[in-house]
Write a protein of this length. Structure first.
Length: 268
């Protein structure tokens, strides 16, 4: 009896083990999963490959857009704006350099004139005040982009020019001052500086004119509007020169007529 029970137990265990074994289809499915997992580990999935391809397409599109924008900016005046702006800055620096050179001559000029014409206090004071007004304005590079500040700068420089002109008129009354070697040297330096100022102003006027034309011309004006480029202020004729240019000439025939009458009288 015990032997029969053992045999039955062994038979039941064998049957349970055989029933636990997968059939042929299940075994094939397991093998397929193992192989597929190995392939996934060895190479990226189709979804990952598609995602990488999409990223490449996006990069190519962005690069194409950047190249097109660069071409449009170059063709619509952007490079012209940059070169023109640099030309204006260079010309403006030369203008400031020459104006500063003139301002540096003023103290020595006033001191020399004061030694011979100390009672000409009004003219000397006007020159000193005009130079102080010029020095109160900070000539920054941004000044050329501010029309109001540029107008104040031009007005101050015109005031100094007018004061120096009146001073030189006063000097004509003092032969000893005109004969002074130090004054003659300062006067020569002042005249040379005034000529340099005129040349520097002329270069600046031409540079600003070229820049403003490029900003206002089509299609550059569209690019300028988008990027915020505007026209720059330029030098204009000051009030005294404008009056001298526009004032009608005065003709006085009284002196010649008197001379003509005097000549016959002398002949008689």
């Amino acid at each position: 009896m015990p032997r029969a029970g053992a045999v039955a137990c062994c038979a039941g265990g064998a049957a349970a083990w055989l029933s636990a074994l997968p059939d042929r289809d299940s075994f094939a499915w397991v093998v397929g999963q193992v192989v597929l997992s190995g392939r996934r580990a060895a190479s990226p999935s189709i979804a990952e490959t598609a995602e990488e391809d999409e990223d490449k397409i996006v990069r190519i599109r962005l690069l194409t857009i950047i190249v097109l924008l660069a071409g449009l900016l170059a063709g619509c005046g952007y490079n012209t704006f940059q070169s023109g702006d640099e030309a204006v800055k260079s010309a403006w620096s030369e203008v400031l350099n020459q104006y500063q050179r003139r301002a540096d001559l003023v103290p020595n000029l006033v001191a020399t004139v004061q030694g011979y014409a100390s009672h000409e206090k009004e003219v000397l004071t006007q020159v000193t005040q005009a130079r102080a007004q010029v020095g109160s304005i900070q000539p920054t590079p941004e000044l050329v982009n501010d029309p109001a500040a540029f107008a104040r700068f031009q007005q101050a420089q015109a005031g100094l020019s007018s004061a120096l002109s009146r001073l030189l008129v006063v000097v004509e009354r003092y032969p000893q001052l005109k004969a002074d070697a130090a004054f003659r040297d300062l006067q020569a330096q002042l005249e040379g500086t005034e000529n340099r100022i005129a040349v520097a102003r002329n270069r600046y006027i031409k540079a600003v004119e070229a820049y403003n034309v490029s900003v206002r011309s089509f299609p550059n004006n569209l690019t300028a509007m988008i990027l915020g480029y505007g026209v720059k202020p330029n030098f204009s004729v000051d009030a005294e020169r404008e009056r001298a240019i526009t004032a009608p000439p005065t003709v006085d025939f009284s002196a010649p007529a008197a001379a003509g009458k005097a000549a016959p009288a002398a002949a008689n």
